[in-house]
Design a protein around this ligand. Structure first.
Ligand SMILES: *[C@@H]1O[C@H](CO)[C@@H](O)[C@H](O)[C@H]1NC(C)=O
Length: 380
């Protein structure tokens, strides 16, 4: 069952070995059905081609991750990549070709044991190497929770700065995928932002993913890098071949506006961009769209400045609303930003249920729900 699910997630007919297995599962009998489901919830719009980092190449999200890892292995002789199935390229193909290029001592498989993967990564990083661990799905990161929050996050503090595992980066596919259900669609960032000592980063696009991942790898703190899996193939941009850094803890204003601030990250940013267009077109409402990019530690200043200007804030994420990071943003803005709000801060998030399978289209915070929230704020 897990294997079949995986083949569906891979895009089925795209993968060479997936086509025959695909027919066995009624859920993914045709590729076009998968595509239709993907197309229903957002449209990926590429960013302008970056010119400042040299020549670019057309890459999707998983290829831009490969490119970042390739740069790291080439430039840092201590860098190693490990996880379940990474040696053959990983289930999402993020490490394709790297074992052949850099050898089996630097790109290697681990046993199916997330706790062991992160524990090993902590040791490797403390011993002076650059450790890049892959957890096959963010939904399966929980066996490693203790290693991350009790060991990786606290190592520097615990040793009085004698040791640290700041050169550990943990990558994991994240978020909804159209049909991933309870074990392949979760967004667990809120569990980790409660833990000082780790950084949590979620990119929205191939160009941004490469720069942010290289930042995470270079950063002197353990970093969790969640990759929106729905975009691995669907998102394509011109990505620079050379390494470049996009700074952590800086939000990006993607679109300026004066009436409502929209804050999101990862896949949801693309929903917000469509919502901003709808609000302009149907209501004449001008939205400012902010991609948080780094969830911990997050860029309070950029969000505050924007909400001071607009007086309205909508935060949206796929994860369940209760205990989700939107709540943290909402209270911080109210406490720290010294503002007169035009309307109560609004959250449009997942429901407090496991991630459903066939009801996924009703579960996700889609553009219609976000649009309704904007209408309510404007008419408040
Ligand atoms: C982490 O990597 C940096 C840059 O390569 C290096 O200077 C530092 O010593 C490393 N940290 C540890 C604990 O090995």
């Amino acid at each position: 069952m897990a294997a079949l699910m995986l083949i569906c997630l891979l895009g089925g007919a795209h993968s060479s070995y997936g086509a025959s297995l695909l027919k066995l599962s009624p859920d993914c009998e045709s590729d076009s059905k998968t595509q239709r489901r993907h197309a229903a919830h957002f449209t990926f719009q590429p960013d302008p081609v970056p010119t400042q980092y040299g020549p670019t190449q057309k890459m999707n999200l998983f290829q831009s991750i490969t490119s970042a890892l390739d740069n790291t292995l080439a430039n840092d002789p201590t860098a190693v990549i490990f996880g379940e199935d990474v040696a053959f390229g990983g289930v999402f193909r993020c490490t394709v070709g790297l074992r052949d290029k850099y050898g089996k001592d630097r790109v290697f498989n681990t046993p199916l044991c997330e706790q062991g993967i992160v524990g090993f990564g902590i040791g490797v990083a403390c011993a002076g190497a650059t450790a890049i661990a892959e957890i096959q799905f963010a939904d399966y990161i929980y066996p490693a929770f203790d290693q991350i929050v009790n060991e990786a996050a606290k190592y520097r503090y615990r040793s009085g700065n004698l040791f640290d595992c700041g050169n550990l980066t943990i990558r994991a596919p994240w978020g909804c995928v159209g049909h991933g259900s309870l074990y392949h669609s979760q967004s667990p960032e809120a569990f980790f932002v409660h833990c000082p000592g780790v950084k949590v980063v979620i990119p929205r696009s191939p160009v941004q993913a490469k720069g942010l991942l290289l930042s995470c790898i270079a950063d002197n703190n353990p970093c969790i890098f969640f990759e929106p899996k729905i975009m691995y193939r669907a998102a394509v941009e011109q990505v620079p071949l050379e390494p470049y850094i996009i700074p952590l803890s800086q939000a990006e204003i993607l679109q300026e506006g004066s009436d409502v601030t929209l804050v999101a990250w990862g896949t949801q940013i693309h929903v917000m961009k469509e919502v901003a267009d709808m609000a302009q077109e149907k209501l004449g409402v001008s939205c400012e769209v902010i991609d948080l990019q780094t969830i911990l530690p997050w860029d309070v200043e950029t969000v505050c400045k924007s909400v001071v200007k607009t007086g309205r804030l909508l935060i949206s994420h796929e994860a369940p609303i209760t205990g989700g990071f939107a709540g943290e943003i909402s209270s911080t803005v109210q406490e720290e930003c010294f503002l007169n709000l035009e309307a109560p801060i609004s959250r449009v998030c997942g429901y407090d249920t496991p991630f459903p399978h066939i009801f996924e289209p009703f579960y996700i915070p889609d553009k219609w729900k976000c649009f309704d929230a904007i209408k309510r704020m404007i008419n408040f």
